[in-house]
Design a protein. Structure first.
Length: 218
């Protein structure tokens, strides 16, 4: 085999391996856009944007924006919870390597099956309790039973704080820190008026010790 034949063979191999990839790179584009509702034009957050043929894609952000690399003539699938699926085919006549799109999605109505809720695990247990349990007919009696001090105390001690109460407690602590920012908060151990009141109550005998514990009361 001559040197010329070897060179021709090597050029043929390079053309065979690198020509398709070069042509494929020419078809790659930066595909980006925004996904909105069709009626209100509000963004649809966290929409799945997937290439149908390969399953590769991305997820839109909170504002409905997405961006990823795709190819011309790719079929793009858009899907989000509560919306009908949609698709778009990237044109093959694009001259540049970037393409933007505003994709709209229509809201979908999901019909759920009827749910039957029982206050007891089985209908038989509910029937047994319903027949043998005595329910007061008077609204006042039911209200008194629900508002008993012992029952209210047990509910108060066992019921955890909800989100609103936690938020208020956090905001109160934050406002207290802002109020005393740049200065020391008051300390009753160094308050002469508090000590004067304590000495006065001690002389008058208003400070007493409970029997059986170490707590003091006024």
């Amino acid at each position: 085999m001559t040197i010329l034949t070897q060179r021709i063979l090597l050029l043929s191999i390079f053309a065979l391996f690198f020509s398709p990839s070069f042509s494929q790179d020419k078809d790659l584009i930066q595909f980006s856009g925004v996904i909105v509702e069709s009626d209100s034009l509000r963004p649809v957050p966290f929409t799945r944007v997937i290439i149908k043929s390969s399953g590769r894609g991305t997820i839109a952000d909170y504002s409905g924006y997405f961006s990823f690399v795709a190819q011309k003539k790719d079929t793009i699938l858009f899907s989000a919870v509560g919306y009908r699926r949609s698709q778009y085919i990237i044109p093959d006549t694009l001259s540049g390597n970037k393409y933007s799109l505003i994709q709209t999605l229509n809201m979908d109505t999901v019909m759920l099956a009827t749910a039957v809720i029982y206050p007891w695990p089985t209908p038989e247990q509910f029937k047994e309790v319903f027949l043998h349990n005595t329910v007061p007919d008077d609204d006042l009696d039911r209200a008194k039973k629900n508002l008993e001090q012992q029952a209210m105390k047990e509910k108060y001690e066992s019921m955890p704080m909800d989100g609103s109460m936690n938020y208020k407690a956090t905001m109160n602590q934050y406002q207290s820190k802002l109020y005393w920012a740049g200065q020391y908060p008051p300390n009753n151990l160094l308050n002469p008026f508090a000590w004067a009141q304590f000495v006065k109550m001690w002389r008058e005998g208003k400070l007493k010790i409970k029997s059986g514990n170490d707590k003091r009361e006024d």
